[in-house]
Write a new protein. Structure first.
Length: 323
């Protein structure tokens, strides 16, 4: 049995609330993308065989969870790590699905994601893997998720509160400058604790109004300009929470790229995904060439090397095929 798994990246626009003064904490907002993507091929084996050490470690953990011996895994493509595109969750869940399907098991990614350390704050990555689209998750009860998550086994991945297909003609410009990686692991945990402890609760009230009155209606009705403007505003408000931790509303050099792209009429809703350094903007296929050129000019004006992609939203979950 040979299994093929492909899962796209995701953008993380921000959280609905980071203040302990409200009933629900976190509540991620994000978008699933077609590219870049992780692509794995797996077959059952007596032990884990994989040349990629990150995937090999995840495969070993997946085997333990599933109670199977091993798998031989080839990595045909992978996601850049720690740049704000959700590589950790997408690769972890793709590996879990590959190992499970190779042994004829149901991967049950939502139920098993916590055991792989995924879904502890945002549920966007798990939801993107499951069904794609524009996603808002329900967050966690604040009395249980204070400045740190409960112990393993005492929490679940946040439920999907809203999900919407985005128009197939929409495109997302991705600018990934060569810069220090975004925060992860213990560094991210420490930074998030500091953010949550000092978060202004009034920002969450503004975000709630923005989400309900502007962002969700624009997504449901497929209004690109309104969606982009709302996404940009949502990201800026989130940046106010992180300013002390990342050196401003956006981390360097994302701020310079965002300023350069903001004046381009072909791009709306420019922002920073997660801890960056990836910068994104919203456009459509008719303006994709202009948007790409503007992004390349933004990199040049910021004096930064990097890559530019123009990609489609992904309105479906990970693709899993079995031969």
């Amino acid at each position: 049995m040979t299994v093929h798994v492909a899962a796209g990246a995701r953008l993380h626009v921000g959280f609905c609330n980071l203040s302990l003064a409200h009933e629900r904490l976190y509540g991620g907002v994000g978008v699933a993308l077609e590219e870049p993507a992780v692509r794995l091929v797996a077959e059952p084996a007596a032990e884990v065989v994989c040349p990629d050490p990150f995937v090999a470690d995840l495969a070993g953990r997946a085997c333990d969870l599933l109670g199977v011996d091993g798998a031989e895994i080839s990595v045909e493509a992978t996601l850049p790590r720690h740049v704000g595109l959700g590589s950790g969750t997408q690769v972890a869940l793709a590996t879990l699905a590959a190992v499970a399907e190779a042994h004829g098991r149901d991967p049950e990614v939502r139920e098993r994601a916590p055991a792989l350390g995924r879904g502890g704050r945002s549920g966007v990555g798990v939801a993107a893997f499951e069904g794609g689209g524009f996603v808002v998750d329900a967050g966690h009860p604040t009395e249980r998720f204070t400045t740190a998550p409960p112990a393993e086994g005492e929490w679940t991945v946040p439920a999907v509160a809203a999900r919407q297909d985005l128009p197939e003609t929409w495109r997302f410009v991705l600018v990934v400058p060569e810069a220090d990686p975004g925060r992860s692991g213990d560094d991210e945990d420490e930074s998030m604790r500091a953010v949550v402890e000092g978060a202004d609760p009034s920002v969450a009230d503004e975000l709630s109004t923005l989400l309900v009155r502007r962002l969700l209606p624009a997504a449901a009705e497929g209004r690109l300009e309104a969606f982009g403007d709302a996404v940009g505003a949502f990201g800026r408000l989130n940046g106010a929470w992180y300013a002390d931790q990342q050196g401003g509303v956006y981390r360097p050099p994302a701020g310079r790229l965002i300023d350069a792209l903001a004046d381009c009429p072909a791009v709306r809703g420019v922002g920073q995904s997660s801890w960056g350094p990836t910068v994104y903007g919203v456009t459509d296929e008719s303006m994709a060439g202009r948007a790409r050129a503007a992004a390349e000019d933004a990199l040049a004006s910021a004096g930064a090397d990097g890559t530019v992609r123009v990609v489609a939203p992904r309105n479906r979950g990970a693709r899993i095929g079995v031969e």
